[in-house]
Write a protein that binds this ligand. Structure first.
Ligand SMILES: [Zn+2]
Length: 68
């Protein structure tokens, strides 16, 4: 189980929005971003390259595009 206090300080590295735990994943709460980070052995993997894009999101807009 992930420590609640740890969750409180975790933010999405792509947009710096807090994430929420949903099942086995941490999901960015920014609707423009929505990246999903895996949790391995109770350790959140907060890496953009490890994150999944939200389903139904069009490529080329939104997630991952804001810093380029
Ligand atoms: Zn994000």
């Amino acid at each position: 189980m992930i420590d609640k206090r740890l969750l409180d300080i975790l933010v999405c590295p792509a947009c710096r929005t807090p994430v929420r735990l949903e099942g086995e994943r941490l999901i960015c709460q920014n609707p423009e971003c929505g990246l999903r980070y895996p949790v391995r052995d109770d350790i959140p993997v907060m890496l953009i390259q490890e994150a999944e894009k939200p389903p139904g999101k069009a490529e080329g807009r939104g997630a991952g595009g804001e810093a380029r």
